[in-house]
Design a protein around this ligand. Sequence first.
Ligand code: NAP
Length: 311
Amino acid sequence: MTPHKIGIIGLGKIAQDQHLPVIKANPDFELLAVSSTRGLTHEDAQYTFQDYRELLKLKDVEAVAICTPPQVRHQIAREALLAGKSVLLEKPPAATLSELEDLRQLGEKVGKTVFTTWHAQYNKGVEEAKKALAGWSIKRLLVTWKEDVRHWHPGQQWIWQAGGFGVFDPGINALSIVTRIMPEPVFIKSSILEFPSNRDAPIAANLEFQTGHTDSDLQAVFDWRQTGPQSWDIEIETEAGFTLKLSHGGSCLEIDGRLVVKEDPAEYQGIYRRFDALLTIGTSEVDVAPFRLVADAFMVGKRVQVDAFED
Ligand code: NAP
């Protein structure tokens, strides 16, 4: 089959670390064009533009991967769909739930693929955890997502602005695992959001979830002020008595203390395999579940002001 000709919009960290090398290594895709507001170019791309609208005029581009901050994703995706391109949306797929619904409906109307990527879901440990938990009730869930924002997000000012998600930028990865593996729907019961006095987005959050089982203890702790060891862990205890621990963002899985999966993450390889399948059959995949939990956490969240944070 001829490869899908693709363009990348926004050549920031994730485009350079993952999208560019993964597309290069996947024979089902050919990078035709890139657009970069800073005027960056890439040797694999035949065309380079500073304005993404120029990229969208290329007839041969079948799809675009939108790797910008979330605040501008909806506008770019909307124009791409209207230009007849399918869209791969980096996470978070938009700035709001209603923007995402607009894109879903527009994709349907113009007959193009809309793909919400939740990279953490593409870990083998996550899939194995989902299988192990199927049919069981959950007694305890503890998500611990604690990282050093200065190390992982240097200079990314958009992340602190309204619509930048703050600590939910990594936290939504944890939530995308939770919504994937939990055997029954999970919803937000309460949340406490810590906002630095000089920022419009939270630096830390404590969430309490609930399922139909009201006596379960389901919590998440997100914190961006972590120095030293970093944690991207999810621990679960089932009512049947067995325990499960996903660590390193989902790439390691232990069940009852026994290591079941340990692999080098290949999340973006999985994302592009899935995108190839969706483009080939001409369908969309719009998973709103992780996004809805974030929106609900903001909706019911108690806001606490904490010390100003400089990065
Ligand atoms: P980043 O390094 O700040 O890159 C974003 C890039 O988007 C910028 O470098 C800029 O690239 C472009 N851009 C910025 N403002 C724009 C605008 N107004 N219009 C069009 N393009 C604009 O951020 P990132 O870490 O790559 O994150 C981008 C997205 O990927 C976020 O939603 C993030 O959650 C997600 N993500 C990041 C990671 C990670 O490890 N960093 C992992 C998974 C997912 P140009 O100057 O080239 O236009």
